[in-house]
Design a protein around this ligand. Structure first.
Ligand code: ZN
Ligand code: ZN
Ligand code: ZN
Ligand code: ZN
Ligand code: ZN
Ligand code: ZN
Ligand code: ZN
Length: 233
């Protein structure tokens, strides 16, 4: 037993002693350390291999006049890969002309009017109002470039329509559009196009009935007085 234990100890020791050496010696197919894209242009599109993954361009990239927005996020020491998890960011960041200006700009919380800078929110999009009594949470929308009330009307970015919609919107798989689904999540109106002649006749019928009553009624003055009273209540 003793020699075996010694061998294990020796192994552990060598492993602990020279982890760096072992790493460099092993030629495992590890994820590439340096980002690299095949762009020949300025990387200002989601097609850029680096930008797509939320990485800044590196020395091995062959791009010219690179405008990969993640280069700027990296300058700010923002965790780019984490920031790129946000679909709303990914659908907007390549289009922003002045990203530095955007990151530096102050956004005001609606609750207390406190200023937050976008650069201090990233990665992630939710920030808490820094007012000691408030603590209300706000979320940044890259689409509308404003803080939205995360607690009562959370941001709702559709990755298919590439935009932020109402917090009660849902994406319909059938018509491939976002629609207002309400709080209970009712179905898209595109699935409800059954012709309904009875309903139409019904409403006409109600109108006719009302018209007949109205025409037949002699006390039209009395009716208008009633409606006026209702308006004042
Ligand atoms: Zn590129
Ligand atoms: Zn690149
Ligand atoms: Zn580039
Ligand atoms: Zn507040
Ligand atoms: Zn959005
Ligand atoms: Zn639909
Ligand atoms: Zn949608």
């Amino acid at each position: 037993m003793a020699p075996k234990r010694a061998a294990v100890d020796a192994e552990q020791q060598t492993a602990g002693k020279a982890p760096a050496k072992l790493k460099t010696k092993r030629k495992k197919p590890s994820p590439p350390k340096a980002p690299k894209c095949g762009c020949k242009g300025d990387c200002r599109s989601r097609k850029c291999g680096c930008g797509k993954k939320g990485e800044a361009c590196g020395d091995s990239c062959k791009c010219a006049g690179c405008k990969n927005p993640f280069n700027i996020l990296k300058e700010y020491n923002i965790d780019c890969v984490a920031a790129a998890q946000d679909k709303c960011l990914m659908d907007n960041i390549f289009k922003i002309e002045d990203l530095r200006g955007r990151l530096e700009q102050r956004l005001r919380t609606e609750c207390c009017g406190r200023a937050v800078r976008l650069k201090n929110m990233l990665p992630g999009t939710i920030t808490q109002c820094n007012c000691p009594d408030c603590g209300h949470e706000w979320q940044y929308s890259w689409c509308s470039h404003e803080l939205v009330d995360w607690e009562s009307r959370p941001r709702n970015h559709c990755g298919i329509c590439h935009r932020c919609g109402d917090y009660r919107d849902a994406h319909c798989q059938k018509c491939n559009k976002c629609y207002f689904a309400g709080m209970s999540g009712f179905e898209c109106p595109c699935q409800d196009r059954r012709p309904n002649p009875e309903g139409d006749l019904g409403s006409i019928g109600i109108f006719m009935k009302w018209a007949m009553q109205y025409l037949a009624g002699d006390d039209s003055d009395g009716l208008s007085d009633d409606s006026e009273d209702e308006d004042f209540i």
